[in-house]
Design a protein around this ligand. Structure first.
Ligand code: FAD
Length: 384
């Protein structure tokens, strides 16, 4: 306890001294530092904040120091999160590197793979994308058809990936491919890594209802992948893919990370005003209060589930977090649009209307809500 108390004090002081004022403001999707070769910093402060956090290993606080991480315990990492939230410090770096493929490499990768990939992820030098879904393999992910043929020291990969978020802006892909056609479908899958600049990789952005073009179709034509870029063992990709998905689902479901963005209550006060310390509109008051209570419960449950996963290593409960967190986020945007009324009808970059439309994808990305409910009923409740 004493150690944690002094760690909190030291962390608080360090953050006060090192987090630039402009990095203590609300962060929308467009303000995110995703790093990578193509990333352009929005300001000197954004770069300074990243550099300072990288120097402490706090872009990946719990990863071992030898790979550039912070080497923090789970409890210390929680303190860091709390202290950052206290001053509404922005996350210095976000993306599939730290959230998804990094943890998978840490758990399943060879030492050489860890040395090669983890430090550039921590430093924000390489941005990753996820090549899971295909035109005929979304919910039925194990049915994927991208084909990797064995050529001795390397594979040759052919196939198509769909809905690849930010494929055109990413540097490397972690990609599920079929390496055995003769066995049960889950048993013939491998997880491979390749540079998006490899010959034969091309992307085509898909335009979305929100106006943005977040994801792409990705085409793989005779792409050479070295054997040392297979994560874990050949044909063991399904286990790793599922492990990685638990991190993705926990991340997608963990809403509330938008530091400093106004709460629903604050939005409602600004829109309709207060009477005797209470929101003027009674119906809205009840709806906002209900949402805030549900949100708080969700945050507490998320903390509990994180602790459970850290202790047991079993991640099925991330399906609960994903399901409920995305329901909450979509409800939040419905309410927000109601609160703002005609003011929400602006259509510029990052406007509420665009974010509301973007939230519609929450119940699909990372596995649909129906699939999460299946996981909850089978793996958590033991039904069927
Ligand atoms: C914003 C966003 C970002 C994404 N980013 C990526 C990415 O970076 N990389 C990537 O690989 N993929 C990505 N995806 C794809 C996503 O993982 C798939 O869209 C998702 O898994 C669903 O697959 P599908 O679209 O093929 O739908 P389908 O699997 O065809 O599902 C269609 C409908 O049938 C329902 N359904 C299917 N099977 C069952 C079942 N067994 N029980 C009950 N209902 C069922 C589904 O719930 C859904 O309503 C992204 C998707 C979105 C929306």
């Amino acid at each position: 306890m004493q150690d944690l108390t002094s760690f909190r004090q030291e962390t608080r002081e360090w953050l006060e001294e090192n987090c630039p004022a402009s990095m203590r403001k609300g962060m929308l999707e467009k303000d995110v530092c995703s790093g990578g070769r193509q990333f352009e910093f929005q300001s000197e402060d954004q770069k300074l904040w990243l550099d300072r956090m990288v120097a402490r290993g706090w872009t990946a606080p719990t990863w071992p120091e030898e790979y550039g991480g912070g080497g923090l315990s789970k409890d210390q990492a929680k303190v860091l999160r709390e202290e950052m939230a206290r001053i509404t410090a922005r996350s210095p770096l976000q993306g599939m590197g730290t959230w998804m493929i990094g943890p998978a490499i840490l758990k399943f990768g060879s030492e050489a793979m860890k040395q090669q990939h983890l430090p550039p992820i921590v430093r924000g030098e390489i941005r990753w994308c996820q090549g899971y879904s295909e035109p005929n393999a979304g919910s039925d992910l194990a049915g994927l058809q991208a084909r990797a043929e064995d050529h001795g020291d390397h594979f040759i990969v052919n196939g198509q990936k769909s809905w690849t978020s930010n494929a055109d802006k990413s540097d490397w892909m972690f990609c599920l491919v079929r390496t055995d056609w003769e066995v049960k479908k889950q048993a013939g899958i491998s997880l491979v890594l390749f540079d998006m600049e490899t010959e034969g990789v091309s992307t085509r952005p898909v335009r979305l209802i929100s106006g943005a073009s977040q994801f792409c179709d990705t085409f793989l034509e005779n792409v050479r992948v070295e054997k040392d870029q297979v994560v874990g063992d050949v044909n063991n990709g399904w286990t790793i893919a599922k492990y990685l998905l638990t991190h993705e689902r926990e991340m997608i479901g963990g809403i509330g990370g938008a530091a400093g963005v106004k709460s629903l209550g604050e939005e409602a006060v600004a829109a309709v005003g207060l009477d005797d310390g209470r929101l003027v509109d009674e119906v809205l008051r009840a709806e906002v209060a209900e949402w805030e209570v549900d949100f708080r419960c969700h945050q507490l449950t998320t903390e509990r589930v994180r602790d459970e996963i850290a202790a047991s290593g079993v991640g099925n409960t991330s399906a609960m977090i994903k399901y409920y967190g995305t329901e909450l986020n979509m409800r939040r945007f419905e309410l927000l649009l109601g609160i703002q009324g005609a003011d929400a009808l602006k259509w510029d970059d990052g406007s509420e209307a665009q974010r509301w439309l973007r939230s519609k994808g929450n119940s699909i990305e990372g596995g649909t809500s129906e699939i999460q409910l299946n996981v909850i009923s089978k793996r958590i409740l033991g039904l069927g």
